[in-house]
Ligand binder design. Structure first.
Ligand code: HEM
Length: 443
């Protein structure tokens, strides 16, 4: 299998760490759809061919697992929560959490997501705002966190908001650093990263314990036989230990707001660059009967939904997924042994010219009327480990767009240059997303 030599890797060392998206793009452009990295031990492969990707992600979780550096680094913050878990208990936890994402439940929390969007918009773009440059990335970050709090924990996170945003962004930075470190260090070693990680974990533990205590007190006070049917209620009623509940809470906060916020920031940028596409969203919102819900957009708001789909193609927040072969398998016609590491990058697959004509162009039409997910499209992963928050996230993105664009027009400032795409836990715009926001007459 072709791939860079150890010397190439040593030369590229800095760029691998500083800008992995560009590095991966160059590697794929040079070596093609199946690339081997020079590592001792079992092979480490980058897969871009949609058929290979499907094989790895869609087979049973018993053949390919998450025993990788990427997920070990995440687990240092989230513990074996749903996203990082490579344990057999994963399937039980997934079943426990699933009802919090069922359609019925999503229908019920649409109002909470609208409220989260409206509150942040009013706070930042209220009556005293007459238009100007706004970092929309930080605006949607707050909405993302607030929406998770209200919809999944029925909790107002505003008391905790700043602490949570700080702790999760520190945690994300540390996870990235651990994931890219060359030499694994023992978690007990007093390295600066480990010390900061422990303190970040303590902060997240504190917030999670507060949320659990509040809910338990409420449950006892109301003598309720159930804790409620949101995610926190399900977890509390499930008999999981406090440590397991904490792991799931922290997982949902991290997985549930960074990704949506990053996705929304890029979507707003693409719409600010393409006024006609933005006007079409606004027209759809105006024509929508009643408030926009979290479900059914493909039918009720096909253009807006296509904008979101296309934005997640160009800027997939989850830019790299990894798996370890738990048994020998065949990839690209070659046998690979147990222990093989595979990296799949939605960022690369979504920009593959063989799969997407004019891949860098923003063309929501690609998704209008498209039935089912195209093979080379995986912003939410695929197979048994598909994102549990997919419907929630897509609904939230459509709702936030509808609330914002109904009353404001977004434009790019003069001399516009796109912010660089920075691969953290999610792909963020480096330095935020400063766009001109103008209130619409009568909005
Ligand atoms: C899994 C992306 C929103 C919670 C995943 C995976 C991807 C992904 C690619 C699969 C990872 C893998 O296979 O290695 C995204 C994107 C989002 C988003 C792009 C937003 C645009 C959310 C939200 C939540 C969430 C809103 C929860 C509130 C999770 C969890 C998993 C997961 C718990 C692990 C599921 C499992 O393995 O059973 N997400 N996600 N995500 N996501 Fe999301």
């Amino acid at each position: 299998v072709p791939g860079p030599t150890a010397l190439d890797m040593a030369r590229a060392f800095r760029s691998v760490r500083a800008d992995p998206l560009t590095f991966l793009g160059e590697v794929a452009a040079t070596y093609g759809d199946l690339v081997a990295f020079p590592v001792p031990g079992p092979p480490a492969l980058l897969l871009n061919d949609p058929a290979d990707v499907r094989r790895v992600l869609q087979t049973s979780a018993r053949s390919w697992g998450k025993q990788t550096v990427q997920y070990a680094a995440l687990a240092r913050v989230t513990g074996p929560g749903l996203l990082a878990s490579s344990e057999p208990s994963w399937i039980e936890h997934r079943r426990l959490a699933a009802p919090a994402f069922h359609h019925q439940r999503l229908d019920a929390v649409a109002g909470q997501v609208r409220a989260a969007a409206d509150a942040a918009i009013a706070a930042r773009l209220g009556p005293s705002f007459h238009g100007g440059l706004v970092d929309v990335a930080s605006l949607v970050h707050r909405i993302g966190l607030d929406a998770v709090g209200r919809a999944l924990f029925s909790a107002d996170l505003s008391d905790h908001a700043q602490r949570l945003l700080d702790a999760t962004s520190d945690a994300a930075g540390l996870v990235v650093r651990l994931g890219r470190s060359v030499l694994p260090t023992a978690s007990w070693a007093p390295t600066p990263t480990n010390v900061r990680l422990r303190s970040t974990r303590r902060r997240l533990d504190g917030i999670s314990a507060d949320l659990v205590d509040q809910r338990r007190r409420r449950g006892v006070a109301s003598d309720a036989d159930a804790y409620g049917d949101d995610l926190l209620g399900l977890l509390l009623a499930s008999g999981l230990s406090d440590a397991e509940i904490r792991d799931e809470l922290v997982t949902m906060v991290i997985a549930g707001h960074e990704t949506v916020a990053a996705g929304l920031a890029w979507t707003l940028m693409l719409l600010a660059e393409d006024q006609a596409a933005q006007d079409r969203v606004r027209a759809e919102v105006a024509a929508h009967p009643g408030p926009v819900s979290l479900l059914g957009h493909r039918e009720t708001m096909p253009w807006t939904r296509a904008v979101v789909d296309e934005s997640l193609r160009l800027f997939p927040p989850a830019w790299a997924l990894s798996r370890r072969a738990l048994e020998a398998d065949v990839i690209g016609g070659r046998e690979v042994p147990a222990g093989t590491l595979v990296i799949v990058s939605p960022w690369l697959v979504h920009r593959r010219a063989e799969s997407w004509p004019d891949p860098l162009a923003f063309r929501p039409e690609r998704f209008v009327g498209a039935g089912g997910a195209p093979p080379a499209y995986l912003p939410f992963g695929r197979g048994p480990r598909l994102c549990i928050g997919r419907e929630f996230a897509l609904g939230e993105m459509v709702v936030v767009l509808s609330r914002l664009l109904a009353s404001y027009r977004l434009e790019v400032p003069t001399g516009w240059r796109r912010p660089a795409a920075q691969a953290q836990v999610a792909v963020h715009p480096a330095g935020g997303m400063p766009l001109i926001v103008r209130p619409l007459a009568g909005g």
